[in-house]
Design a protein around this ligand. Structure first.
Ligand code: SF4
Length: 376
């Protein structure tokens, strides 16, 4: 059995797509589809394939379920009869699925190089140092909250220190839960989701500070930390921070009656300039339910935007906010070739790219995930 677990550092080092055996390269679309279909039929209900919304169409075509990371992890956990879950997404998603699925189920990530630049911005040793430094400064009344887009080690730290996981759909409920337990919370790794959500909940910007893990004591004084309700980790999504206020202004000039909806991983200025913001599931729901004839500019990953545009044409017009197209290059690493390789491996009795979260990380990460899942 070929079990591979990527550490934070190994994952960061893998910037290229995972090499495939020669026989999986240069296949025609037709041969690829025929072989994926054949392997799929042979494996039947023993395998379930999950596709994140940001995956390319040739991969999504084979997914038994599509959704955001939380929806897919929950779906995986509900598929007890499937012994293998193939998660077409990025590394932290496969880790969450491994934590939430039953012991008899295995989780496979088709390309181990499919990481997430945001998750990589919060390393566990950086968090441990930050936590100690806050204590040295006498700031102890803090609940750690991590976005689901983080490593299992960061989730485990939150679980072990009274903290919790959030998603972009439930960040406001999770943050309210955390503030019931402490004066301030530390939000990792995405500063923008934290800032946008807290601002919407009525927290003024001057009660938020940014912790820079590259600087001693995060670059903050004890007084700044004590005055803060929200300590934001200095992390961001390299895809969603590409959207700008100028792009919104340009769209409004071209479509005076059009509406703009963006993901809360965008900067505060962009979220403020947009008409609406929310998770990928919220964006899909809002645009689908809009009146016929609506025109939308959507600020999220290009594969989702293009699929929505195709699905809703010609009754609604959907365009990307970034004319150059905002692609998540790590999501794009999962190719149909990788999917075929792991499927045919299973048919031959070989397990490639299994993601196993080791103990005690698994147990504590589950504590943090379960706290979130138990919220009303
Ligand atoms: S879109 Fe951003 S947060 Fe999502 S996987 Fe890609 S880099 Fe990570």
């Amino acid at each position: 059995m070929d079990i591979q677990v990527l550490t934070q550092y190994e994952k960061s080092a893998l910037h290229e797509r995972q090499p495939l055996p020669e026989e999986y390269l240069r296949l025609s679309d037709r041969e690829m589809a025929s072989r994926i279909g054949a392997a799929r039929r042979t494996l039947g209900s023993r395998v379930v394939i999950l596709g994140h919304h940001y995956q390319r169409d040739e991969v999504i075509a084979w997914a038994d379920a599509t959704g955001d990371s939380l929806k897919l992890a929950q779906f995986a956990a509900s598929q007890a009869s499937a012994e293998t879950v193939i998660f077409c997404g990025v590394h932290f998603m496969a880790e969450s699925a491994d934590v939430l699925t039953a012991p008899h189920q295995r989780v496979i990530l088709p390309d181990l190089a499919a990481g997430c630049s945001m998750a990589d911005m919060a390393a566990i040793d950086q968090l441990e140092v930050a936590w100690e430094e806050m204590r040295t400064l006498g700031v102890t009344d803090v609940v750690p909250v991590t976005y689901i887009n983080s490593t299992a080690a960061i989730k485990a730290f939150c679980g072990e220190h009274g903290g919790i996981v959030c998603t972009s759909s439930n960040a406001h409920r999770v943050m309210a839960w955390a503030w019931e337990r402490a004066d301030r919370l530390l939000m990792l790794p995405d500063q923008h989701l934290g800032r946008n959500t807290a601002f919407r909940m009525g927290v003024p910007l001057d009660r938020m500070v940014v912790w820079d893990p590259e600087l001693p004591y995060g670059g903050l004084s004890a007084d700044q930390l004590r005055a803060a309700k929200l300590i934001l980790w200095k992390g961001h999504c390299s895809v969603h921070t590409r959207f700008t206020v100028q792009q919104i202004e340009r769209f409004r000039q071209q479509h005076p009656n059009g509406r703009v909806i963006v993901h809360p991983e965008c900067t505060h200025e962009v979220v403020q300039a947009a008409d609406d913001s929310g998770s990928t599931e919220y964006i899909i729901r809002t645009v689908r339910n809009s009146p016929e004839g609506s025109v939308w500019a959507v600020g999220t990953e290009i594969h989702l935007v293009n699929r929505l545009a195709n699905e809703l044409a010609p009754t609604r017009t959907i365009v990307t906010l970034d004319a150059m197209g905002c692609l998540c290059s790590t999501m794009f690493r999962v190719s149909p070739n990788h999917l075929l390789w792991v499927l045919e491996g299973l048919v031959a009795g070989q397990v490639h790219n299994e993601i196993v979260v080791p103990e005690p990380t698994r147990t504590w990460a589950k504590v943090a995930l379960d706290r979130m899942l138990q919220l009303p």
